[in-house]
Structure formats: structure tokens, C-alpha cells
Design a protein around this ligand. Structure first.
Ligand SMILES: Nc1nc2c(ncn2[C@@H]2O[C@H](COP(=O)(O)OP(=O)(O)OP(=O)(O)O)[C@@H](O)[C@H]2O)c(=O)[nH]1
Ligand SMILES: [Mg+2]
Length: 436
């Protein structure tokens, strides 16, 4: 695990971090390994250190204990010898499983969904993000509040004392102790607040639509390099990029130059395999602007061994969001890592539709800009204009909402070729000349 640990946590975080044993079952050959590696990365992103891994080959989890009876004994010993405060399970656990596991292991027991929720709550910075995370946490907890207080045991971590740590952030104890009805009231209040933020966003987006600037959305598996790519295309360090899962939670929109024009570029929350249902609905708002995207850029980490699986998982989510039909450009990012290797060749053969780029090394970005411009302005019309010098404002409008392909300054007008759409076409009518 050392290679993973080295990249995830800062030095001072390492000292205080809790230690975790990771547990999973290997349903299909190989798939278990991928999933466990991802669980280790999630663990690091949440601020804990994976110290031991246990994988039991079986078709499905045991309904009462997740693993088999003998394996649970082994796990107990492993947790003690590894001196770990947390045992992390790779699937969502049922209340019965949680109860049995806490009794047997006498430590903090967390599942994959809680881990993701924990990371989200650490990374949410805007009010909207925080509300969404709290909503997701509450809807995860609600069906699990069975009255036996097991949930609290689990959060407190068996007899392990209180205090901060993984899986404890978020709604907090006092809120959990209140009854279901109060939780539900809290949830409807949060939904109302979200609704308000959403209507505000409606206003903003209709202003944007009026401006006619195409919206290009970067999507893809978490850690694929979306934020790095946004920064590279915008030409500044706008968004934090970090080798950590779910670094970005909130949507950022920036203007970016492409081949003689500008587009709006948006960065979004990363996708992950088995995205918990609660989170899918909670983050719908964030992902909703994908419906408005004119073009989607699907960013893949071509250097990782799981590029196919990650592409499938992301495409599934795009389908569920109802945006799979939009014009999509697939980019094979981190190409600097695989250029000229057999691995690179294989990826190219399997994904001939992918454009190899490196966001970090700024390779292939010119071609990507061309592809984006082509897709974003596909429905625009090209006009040849003679614009009088006292109507230069019109050319400015073309620049903002479309593209100025050429301009020549002549005696009493500017001869320009522009690409525009919408109402701008009508406003330019008086100045259109026959081409040539
Ligand atoms: N070698 C290499 N590394 C890259 C490239 N692009 C991004 N990275 C690295 O990959 C890691 C993740 O990059 P991010 O841009 O944060 O990824 P993201 O898709 O925004 O991730 P989330 O916001 O967590 O979903 C960072 O350590 C980047 O430096 C690239 O072209 N080549
Ligand atoms: Mg990001």
C-alpha cells in the first residue's frame, strides 16, 4: 500500500490519521482488486490510512456478517494486530450487518457509501454543496434509524471513545439523536433551501443562454484530470487539482478561448463506480447543468489500468442523467504516461474515438480546442458582413456570442466573416453581403 499512501496525505495529516482495515469480497476475478484499490484511495481521501486489506472470494456478501464466520474471526485478529480504529467495507452494509460487525469487531465500522459521504462533507465548500451533502447523509441515515441506537454505536465507534475522525463529520450527534420526524422536517427545510438556490441558478443560466455562448462541460471519473484540463484550457489556476478522489464537488464555470471564439467551460463532480443512489439524487442539481451543455468532453485517465471500466461507469451515469445523446468528445488524458508504449497502442485500438492529450503537459490541447469549436458552433451560420465603422458594437457581439472568422478594415466598413446563431442573425441582416 506504500505507493498509495505516499501520494495521498500530507505529512502532518499522516501522524494524526486513523488506521483502517479494508474488507471486500472478490465476486469476479480482477474486479475485486480494482474495487479494493479504489477503496484504499477513498480511504486516503477521507484522511485515514489503509493498513491491511482482506478480500474473501465469494459470490455475494453474507447477509448477517458480510464475510463468513471463520473470516470474521480472522478479521477480528487482523484488526487488533494492525492496531486499526476503523474497519471499512467495500459494499453498502445493512443495519443487521452493521450490528453484528460492531459487536464482533468492537471498533468503528464504515461502508463505502459512508466513506464517500464523509469525503464529500470535507470537500463541500459552498452552501449548496453543504446542503446536498447533508441531505445525502440524512437520507442514508433515515432508513437505518431502527430505534436500537446501533447507528450511534457505530458512529461513536464501539467502545472507542468520541472525538473527530472518519465517518463522524456531517449531521453530528445531536441531530442524529432526534427522532425520525425531526430528521424529516430538517430534510424538507434543506430541500426548500436547495430549491431556492436552484431557482437563482435558473436566472443565471437564462442570462447565459441569452448571451449565446456555448457551454462545454467536462465530465469523467474522479481523478481523471478534469480540473487540470479546465485550468489548462482557461490558461490559469482556476480550480484546485489534486491527486485525490473527489477533489472537486461544486461546478465551476469559466470562459475559455477556442479557435477564434470563446466558450463557457464547466468543471463538475467526478463519477465513481457504484455511485450511491443517495448521492446520485443529491448531486442531480450539480449535474443538472449538464442538460444545458452544448458539448460534453468526457475525460478519461488513459494511464490507469481501468480505463475501460471507468469509461463504462461514467457512460452509465451519463445515460442515467439523460445526456448520453449530446455531442461528446472523448479525450484520453495523461497521455504523457503512455505515449509510445504498448499500453498506449492498446488503448488507442480499443478507443479509436479518443483524442490523446495531456492536460498537465499541455499536449494535444490545440486539437482539442479545434474539436470543441467545431462541435460547439456546429449549428451556427456563417455570414459575410460589411459593418460600418459606427456599428463596431455588432462585431463585438459576434465575438462574444459566436466567432469572428476574418476581418478586413476597408475604407468605409469592416468586411468580416462571422459565425453566429439565434437572434444575432436577425440583427445582422441589414449588413449581410453576398460572399466573395
Ligand atoms: N501525468 C499526468 N497527470 C495528470 C494529467 N492531468 C491531471 N493529472 C494529475 O491527475 C491528478 C488528478 O487531477 P485533477 O485535475 O484533480 O482530476 P479531477 O478529474 O478534477 O478529479 P476530481 O475533482 O477528484 O474528480 C492530479 O494529481 C493531476 O496532477 C496529465 O495529463 N498527466
Ligand atoms: Mg476536479
Amino acid at each position: 500500500m506504500n505507493d498509495i499512501i505516499a501520494v495521498g496525505l500530507e505529512r502532518d495529516q499522516l501522524r494524526e490519521a486513523e488506521r483502517a482495515v479494508l474488507v471486500g469480497i472478490n465476486r469476479l476475478r480482477g474486479e475485486g482488486l480494482r474495487s479494493m484499490r479504489e477503496l484504499a484511495q477513498l480511504c486516503l481521501a477521507a484522511g485515514a490510512i489503509p493498513v491491511e486489506v482482506m478480500v474473501q472470494p465469494r459470490r455475494r456478501p453474507d447477509p448477517a456478517r458480510y464475510v463468513g464466520k471463520g473470516k470474521l474471526e480472522e478479521l477480528k485478529a487482523l484488526r487488533l494486530s494492525a492496531d486499526a480504529e476503523i474497519v471499512l467495507f467495500d459494499d453498502e452494509l445493512s443495519p443487521v450487518q452493521v450490528s453484528t460487525l460492531i459487536d464482533a469487531l468492537d471498533c468503528k465500522v464504515l461502508d463505502r457509501t459512508e466513506l464517500i459521504l464523509d469525503i464529500f462533507s470535507q470537500h463541500a465548500t459552498t452552501r449548496e454543496g453543504q446542503i446536498q451533502v447533508e441531505l445525502a447523509q440524512l437520507s442514508y441515515l433515515l432508513p437505518r434509524l431502527t430505534g436500537k441506537g446501533r447507528m450511534m454505536d457505530r458512529i461513536r465507534g464501539g467502545g472507542g471513545g468520541v472525538g473527530g475522525g472518519v465517518g463522524v463529520r456531517g449531521p453530528g450527534e445531536t441531530k442524529l439523536e432526534t427522532d425520525r420526524r425531526q430528521l424529516q422536517r430538517r430534510m424538507s427545510r434543506l430541500r426548500a433551501q436547495l430549491e431556492e438556490i436552484r431557482s437563482q441558478r435558473e436566472v443565471e443560466s437564462s442570462t447565459r443562454r441569452g448571451s449565446g455562448v456555448p457551454l462545454v462541460s467536462l465530465v469523467g471519473y474522479t481523478n481523471a484530470g478534469k480540473s487540470t484540463l479546465l485550468n489548462a484550457l482557461v490558461g490559469s489556476e482556476e480550480v484546485k487539482a489534486h491527486d485525490r478522489l473527489f477533489e472537486t464537488l461544486e461546478t465551476t464555470i469559466r470562459r475559455a478561448p477556442v479557435d477564434g471564439a470563446e466558450v463557457l467551460l464547466s468543471d463538475t463532480v467526478g463519477f465513481i463506480h457504484n455511485l450511491p443512489e443517495d448521492l446520485v439524487s443529491a448531486f442531480m442539481t450539480t449535474l443538472e447543468q449538464l442538460h444545458e451543455a452544448d458539448v460534453i468532453v468526457h475525460v478519461l485517465d488513459a494511464s490507469g489500468p481501468w480505463v475501460n471500466t471507468e469509461r463504462d461507469a461514467s457512460e452509465l451515469i451519463l445515460e442515467r442523467l439523460g445526456v448520453a445523446d449530446k455531442p461528446t468528445i472523448v479525450v484520453l488524458n495523461k497521455w504523457d504516461q503512455v505515449a509510445g508504449t504498448a499500453r498506449g497502442e492498446q488503448v488507442l485500438m480499443e478507443m479509436p474515438d479518443g483524442l490523446p492529450i495531456s492536460a498537465r503537459e499541455q499536449m494535444g490541447l490545440e486539437q482539442l480546442r479545434l474539436l470543441i469549436a467545431e462541435a460547439a458552433f456546429a449549428h451556427f451560420v456563417t455570414l459575410s458582413l460589411h459593418v460600418p465603422y459606427d456599428r463596431m458594437d455588432l462585431l463585438q457581439l459576434c465575438r462574444e456570442g459566436g466567432r469572428v472568422l476574418s476581418e478586413e478594415y476597408e475604407q468605409d466598413h469592416v468586411a468580416a466573416e462571422v459565425e453566429v446563431d439565434g437572434e444575432l442573425v436577425g440583427r445582422l441582416k441589414a449588413f449581410v453581403v453576398a460572399p466573395g
